[in-house]
Design a protein around this ligand. Structure first.
Ligand SMILES: *Cc1c(COP(=O)(O)O)cnc(C)c1O
Length: 408
């Protein structure tokens, strides 16, 4: 029995439990092994059957139980049910990383000759997988400018199977009009995929707008503690059946311990998101008013080109803030990064620790100048992923790191 589907009391009004109630309880049994309040960490690669008839019953009745770890485990099912409930979707499939989830979905849905259309602001490795690897299997990738719905519509052909975007995008934080994106897919009979890693189900729930597949790097806000990698796809069971089958073959699954960490991290999901949102907003406002800062990208700022879309489709705007240092070359920018004392220099986002990076150095160092220009990565760009430290401390740290720029 899984929460909250057991809400069949006399007053069965349509009130859904809040995000924290779902994060704490959804997907879990009320009574667990050994009367423990937590789920057990079962380190089993395989699961036993009483006799041959039990094997046959399992197959014929499509019973939900463990068989062999690669096809799913009871501990994994708990976390999958929880994530599906949090996202407002029918089913969730877990992977060992966000990239494994992206690769898993594309490999399930795309055949030779098929086409996929992307909004161009996207996670660098997603783009690389499409351009360098899907192409080897005869899949055609088209990229159009982020949030240019007309260009996306024009790029759709009878061979198009999937349209893809992140929202908000990384690192520019452009926000997709989810309703328009879903409608575009529906009108052309093409499935829609949103990588909502930066939004999280706390800030946006794309399925409510009619999006077919929602994907997350659970490594980020969902795990939330910079101590695990995982990925998840949420959608309708019917559309996910082939995806689950292929995952069972690919084998990109999580260990029992990793799943426990993810489940534990999720318990405080809403509390962390409230702080990430508050820190992101405060830091963005501070930076926007700082004389050493040329431009700030944050959907919660009225100056952001997608602020109105964000207000319509999101509850909060997350912890990621991207900004440009005024009149700075790459070295002056690197010095700002290097002066930070609280923020740690690292890729990733969504964990309790604030992280800082210069995209030029961290993710785009091996790109040509021309490529960086095309991807919109100037030398003076910094990406700050606010953690859950106190707002005043993160801002004071930035203030001293930026003070050095003003002197030069
Ligand atoms: C990190 C990230 C990914 C990749 O996820 P991993 O868990 O690192 O494999 C994909 N999309 C976005 C938007 C990300 O931030």
């Amino acid at each position: 029995m899984s929460f909250p589907s057991d809400r069949s009391g006399p007053r069965s009004e349509q009130r859904l439990p809040g995000p924290s109630t779902l994060a704490v309880h959804a997907g879990e049994d009320r009574h667990k092994l050994g009367h423990a309040i937590t789920d057990p960490v079962i380190c089993a690669s395989t699961f036993t059957f009483k006799d041959s008839q039990a094997v046959i019953d399992y197959i014929e009745q499509d019973q939900e139980r463990g068989e062999y770890g690669r096809y799913g485990t009871p501990g994994e099912m708990v976390v999958e049910r929880k994530l599906a409930a949090m996202e407002g979707g029918e089913e969730a499939i877990l992977y060992s990383s966000g990239m494994a989830a992206i690769v898993g979905l594309f490999m399930s849905k795309l055949n030779s000759g098929d086409e996929v259309v992307f909004f161009d602001e996207c996670y660098h490795r997603s783009r690389e997988f499409c351009a360098k690897h899907l192409s080897r299997f005869g899949v055609v990738t088209r990229q159009v400018k982020a949030c240019d719905y007309e260009a996306m519509e024009a790029a759709i052909t009878p061979q198009t199977r999937l349209v893809v975007s992140e929202s908000p995008t990384n690192p520019h934080l452009s926000v997709v009009d989810l309703e328009r994106f879903a409608d575009l897919g529906r009108r052309h009979g093409v499935d829609t995929l949103i990588d909502a890693t930066l939004a999280t189900p706390y800030n946006a729930r794309p399925i409510e707008f009619g999006i077919d597949f929602v994907l997350h790097s659970a490594t980020k806000y969902m795990g939330g503690h910079n101590d695990l990698l995982a990925g998840v796809i949420v959608g309708q069971s019917e559309k996910l059946a082939d995806v689950r089958t292929l995952r069972g073959i690919m084998g990109a699954v999580n260990s029992a311990h990793n799943l426990y960490l993810l489940q534990r991290g999720l318990k405080t999901f809403e509390l962390r998101m409230l702080r990430h949102n508050a820190n992101g907003q405060a830091v963005a406002e501070f930076l926007e008013n700082h004389p050493a800062v040329e431009r700030v990208y944050y959907p919660g700022l009225a100056s952001h080109p997608y602020h109105e879309v964000a207000r319509r489709t999101m509850r909060g705007y997350g912890g990621l803030v991207t900004f440009l240092i005024k009149n700075a070359d790459w070295r002056v920018t690197a010095d700002v990064v290097d002066r930070s004392r609280i923020a740690r220099i690292a890729p990733s986002l969504g964990g309790v620790e604030t992280l800082i990076e210069q995209p030029l150095v961290m993710s785009y160092y091996q790109c040509t100048v021309e490529e960086r220009k095309r991807f919109g990565i100037p030398d003076n760009m910094i990406r700050l992923a606010c953690g859950i430290e106190n707002e005043e401390d993160i801002i004071a740290d930035l203030e001293q790191a930026l003070a050095g720029v003003q002197r030069t």
